[in-house]
Design a protein around this ligand. Structure first.
Ligand code: F6R
Length: 241
């Protein structure tokens, strides 16, 4: 795994943007695997700035997102589809028809997982952006998720519900279940770009880079990926220096 340590969040977001821009420049119809959460917002801001200033086009790009809360769709401002439009898609020239995310409102959740897995078999991510949970999760693959997992429904752990409650009016509003790409779907990406910032990620970053490869720390599987780059700030890197 390649590790790039930056002084702060802004520098992390700039480095992440450089890696993303290279992919899009070399392949204008690239498949971008995207994540939500606080961590990649700076990367998305840089993509928007570059689109506005340099005209980088996303017209031919396709996207696949990692995960979505079960029960929410674009009409909820807490949904991940809303987040992606608000933080990126509405500000670049991407065709929304080329953007993909699990349908949180699907009546048949199992069928929705099967649809998403079938889609992922037809479009391989040229790059997959990831954040990391303080418990070492990637996407919503919580500790204990099999490395061979594909898109599935998960019961969120108390730790993740607590972490994510900051974005809701109250902890009771955080959905208890979510759709998530599995670890196998993530590992299938040609390139992985994982980002982390802040001291509360330091333990998870240690597990990601230097810990034992174990299903107890889902992110540790990335040690086995042939092209994985971690970009993290000094605070998140505290235990790996
Ligand atoms: C988001 C996702 C999650 C987050 C992780 C970190 O699509 O899959 O795994 O990447 O929970 O969240 P933040 O960035 O908010 O600290």
């Amino acid at each position: 795994m390649k590790v790039i340590i930056t002084k702060d969040y802004n520098e992390m977001s700039e480095k992440a943007f450089e890696i993303m821009a290279e992919v899009v420049k070399n392949k204008p119809d690239a498949v971008l695997g995207l994540a939500t959460g606080s961590t990649p917002i700076g990367l998305y801001k840089n993509m928007i700035k570059d689109h506005n200033e340099n005209g980088t086009s996303y017209k031919a790009v396709k996207t696949v997102n990692l995960d979505e809360y079960a029960g929410l769709d674009v009409t909820s401002d807490q949904s991940y589809v809303y987040f992606m439009r608000d933080n990126l898609f509405n500000h670049i020239d991407i065709d929304l028809a080329n953007t993909n995310i699990e349908n949180g409102k699907a009546a048949d959740r199992k069928a929705e997982c099967a649809r998403y897995n079938a889609l992922l078999e037809t479009i391989q991510q040229d790059i997959q952006v990831l954040g990391i949970g303080s418990n070492g999760h990637i996407a919503f693959n919580e500790p204990g998720t099999p490395f061979g997992s594909v898109t599935h429904i998960v019961d969120l752990t108390e730790s993740t519900i607590k972490d994510n409650s900051r974005l809701f009016k109250s902890i009771d509003e955080v959905p208890r279940q979510a759709f998530t790409m599995g670890l196998k779907n993530i590992m299938n990406a040609k390139k992985i770009l994982i980002l982390a910032n802040g001291a509360n990620k330091a333990k998870a970053v240690f597990g990601l880079v230097k810990g034992e490869v174990t299903e107890n720390v889902p992110a540790s599987i990335l040690q086995l990926h042939p092209d994985c780059t971690l970009v993290c700030d000094e605070a998140a890197a505290e235990l790996i220096r």
